[in-house]
Design a protein around this ligand. Structure first.
Ligand code: PSU
Ligand code: MN
Length: 303
């Protein structure tokens, strides 16, 4: 294990001091945003975690080793490599990537696994994967949901991405026993929008409550993590009514072009970026930064 995990000096020091650490994923960099904005966002998210009093640990597999904390040159290489040339790693492909000495970006599921190996309990991202629309035919349900049910990491997201079937995503999370905790509001947020029209199963307004709830799960012997859904700041949101037709159009194009499996989410995010003239990306950036701040507060409450 020791030669499989590579810690950045900053993360190594934080581990030694028991300082709060926030894990960050890399698929959002390689498959979720265009270059060079992805690189700028990756740096800004790390800076935001530091300003909020925690240490950022961006996770990726580089040449078969799991890096916990990336240096700037590695971040730059990952961000500038076209997405189709970097593996998109979930639970199913993580071991193969390591065994073959390859390089890959970690999704929410794989980042949770790596964070847990590294003893990191809190992780910030944009939006988790979930149940895709039409899943009753395609069976496309993100491995992120199952991971939340088995790996003890608190994931802070702005909801599941609104390209998904949100009611079905909530149902699956309930079946899997994953607590879905809305931070500071009653509704489940919908990624680019604060509202989804769906009530969140749980609500907490204080990061210390979220930390206590994670610790209670461990005490009760409940395996798995928690999903904290943190609404995008009001000033940055794109209202739900604006997003609905945009998402519908992107979904229709994906269906007519036969986009499937791992390509679905990156395709939809890219099309929605084009259809909104970049506004969806601005919102995505704002919500990720907001999640990084809340995750840092939760990590501090746990430390
Ligand atoms: N959050 C974002 N953009 C992204 C993702 C999250 O703001 O691109 C990534 C995460 O890595 C998540 C993945 O795990 O999208 C979901 O992919 P899929 O639907 O194929 O499971
Ligand atoms: Mn999928």
């Amino acid at each position: 294990m020791n030669d499989l995990l590579v810690f950045s000096p900053e993360v190594e020091a934080a581990r030694a001091n028991g300082a709060p650490i926030v894990a960050l994923e890399s698929t959002i960099i390689t498959h979720g945003m265009p270059y060079p904005q992805n690189l700028e966002v990756a740096r800004r998210v790390e800076a935001t975690v530091r300003e909020a009093g925690a240490i950022p640990a961006t996770i990726a597999v580089i040449g078969g080793r799991i890096h916990i904390g990336l240096d700037d040159a590695t971040l730059e290489t990952l961000a500038s490599t076209p997405g189709d040339q970097v593996m998109k790693l979930s639970r199913a492909d993580l071991a193969a990537c390591c065994a073959l000495g390859r390089t890959g970006a970690t999704t929410v599921a794989a980042t949770m696994i790596c964070a847990n190996l590294a003893g990191i309990h809190v992780f910030a991202t944009g939006g988790i994967g979930g149940v895709h629309r039409g899943a009753e035919l395609s069976f496309d349900i993100s491995a992120d949901l199952q991971e939340l049910s088995r790996t003890p990491v608190t994931v802070v997201a702005a909801g599941a991405k609104a390209i998904l079937d949100l009611p079905k995503t909530l149902e699956v999370l309930e079946t899997l026993g994953v607590p879905v905790i809305a931070f500071g509001q009653d509704q489940l947020p919908a990624f680019w929008s604060r509202e989804s029209g769906l009530a969140a199963p749980l609500r907490m307004d204080d990061p210390a409550q979220i930390a206590a709830s994670a610790q209670m799960r461990a005490k009760l012997g409940l395996i798995g993590g928690q999903l904290v859904v943190n609404p995008i700041p009001e000033a940055d949101e794109i209202p739900r009514a604006t997003m609905i037709p945009v998402v519908e159009q992107a979904l229709a194009e994906a269906a007519s072009q036969g986009i499937a499996a791992k390509s679905v989410t990156p395709f939809l995010l890219q099309r929605i970026f084009e259809l909104t003239q970049g506004r969806s990306l601005d919102a995505n950036i704002a919500l990720v930064l907001n999640n990084a701040r809340v995750a840092a507060r939760i990590a501090a409450a746990m430390a």
